[in-house]
Ligand binder design. Structure first.
Ligand code: NAD
Length: 352
């Protein structure tokens, strides 16, 4: 066994079907008695339903969370949080809702309760990305790690098939990069393999029938584990590329992860033989990168950056940014090879 360091994440997790009904009791286990419930405009009905389930414990709601946590939205929510004298946040939704809860917690130290409804995994991480004047900055702080995550499979049944697949591939990306992280460890690697296996099995079933509860349960379980991977160890080339591409060309978050992952893994596979073995076991076949590409194809998820709106003349700029600041990656960062990787992902070719 290699020498390793393992730091357990402190978030309490409740998992199952119908578990959202336990939210009030979970809040009452703590000193908190005044909850501020947040989510996106699209999920305003869920925000209201969760607030109603809390009775007088819910003191206000804010259904204005947005992708990449814009600071002006946070300021508006923060004013409402203070006005109503709230002492905790409840975020219901995906990474956008969770991001707003985290941004409020960063500024107030409020406790956070989260009901995740996508597979993004933000609820398990001490990471917050915020956008101000179009510039996104990411920070790690124990202040933003949620105290309680209630995974209720029932809340994911309404996630459309298209969003489920890209959100699921986004989650798989966290597990894949955890397998070759500089600070990888055997516990997280076990979680990563379980996560990829569960999501790889569940996502094709969900595409065929978004109401399939066992598959939804498998997928949410996998997503939780993927969130643990993201929150516990460092990420590498794949996450860096997605950050660069999303920021430079305003590409959609989960879709960009879906397209780039097979190509980023192909770049690293020879330098990460243990990760390659895990992917073969988890997804089948004898080529991990190809298995990821084929999974995206089988899910009818996007497979090219061109289809997401990236201009072809942006490939060189993205390659420059991807190698600009050094960071850990199992294979050294080689500009030309990374340019080829991005060009292949742009065109939607199979990974090489
Ligand atoms: P999202 O939260 O923006 O959700 C996408 C859309 O789906 C929204 O309109 C939302 O209301 C809707 N939706 C969510 N769940 C639904 C459901 N069950 N039924 C019907 N509609 C539903 O998207 P996301 O991919 O979950 O999160 C992306 C954001 O999260 C990005 O800003 C990303 O940077 C961030 N993120 C952060 C971390 C972290 O650790 N800090 C990790 C992953 C993602």
């Amino acid at each position: 066994m290699e020498t390793f360091v393992y730091n357990g994440l402190p978030t309490r997790v409740i998992f199952g079907s119908g578990t959202a009904a336990r939210l009030r009791a979970e809040i009452e286990r703590t000193p908190c008695r005044r909850a501020f419930v947040v989510g996106t405009r699209e999920q305003a009905a869920s925000v209201d339903a969760v607030a109603a389930s809390l009775g007088p414990i819910a003191v206000d709601t804010f259904a204005g969370a947005a992708m990449h946590t814009p600071t002006d939205v946070t300021q508006s929510a923060l004013e409402r949080f203070k006005e109503c004298g709230a002492d905790c946040t409840v975020a219901v939704g995906g990474g956008s809702a969770v991001g707003l809860g985290k941004a409020i917690a960063l500024r107030t130290d409020a406790m956070q309760f989260v009901l995740p409804t996508t597979y993004a995994g933000s609820e398990m991480t001490p990471i917050l990305g915020e956008t101000e004047n179009g510039v996104k900055t990411t920070q790690r702080s124990p202040k933003v790690q949620p105290e309680v995550a209630i995974y209720d499979v029932d809340l994911t049944l309404t996630l459309p098939a298209k969003l489920s697949t890209t959100s699921g591939m986004n989650a798989i990306a966290h597990a894949v990069e955890a397998l070759y992280a500089e600070d990888r460890n055997p516990i997280i690697s076990v979680m990563a393999e379980q996560a990829i296996t569960a999501l790889g099995r569940a996502l094709p079933v969900i595409v065929a029938n978004p109401q399939d509860r066992p598959a939804r349960s498998d997928a949410l379980y996998g997503a939780w584990l993927c969130g643990m991977c993201l929150g516990s160890v460092g990420m590498a080339l794949h996450h860096k590329l997605c950050h660069v591409l999303g920021g430079s060309f305003d590409l959609p978050h989960a879709e960009t992860h879906t397209v780039v992952l097979p190509h980023a893994f192909a770049y690293n596979a020879a330098a990460a033989p243990a990760a390659e073995q895990v992917l073969r076991r988890a997804l089948g076949g004898n080529d991990g990168a190809r298995a990821l590409f084929d999974l995206a194809g089988a899910l009818k998820a996007p497979t090219s950056l061109r289809s997401l709106g990236m201009p072809e003349d942006g490939i060189d700029h993205a390659a420059d940014l991807a190698v600009k600041n050094p960071y850990w990656n199992p294979r050294p960062l080689e500009r030309q090879a990374i340019r080829d990787l991005i060009a292949g992902a742009w065109a939607g070719e199979p990974p090489v």
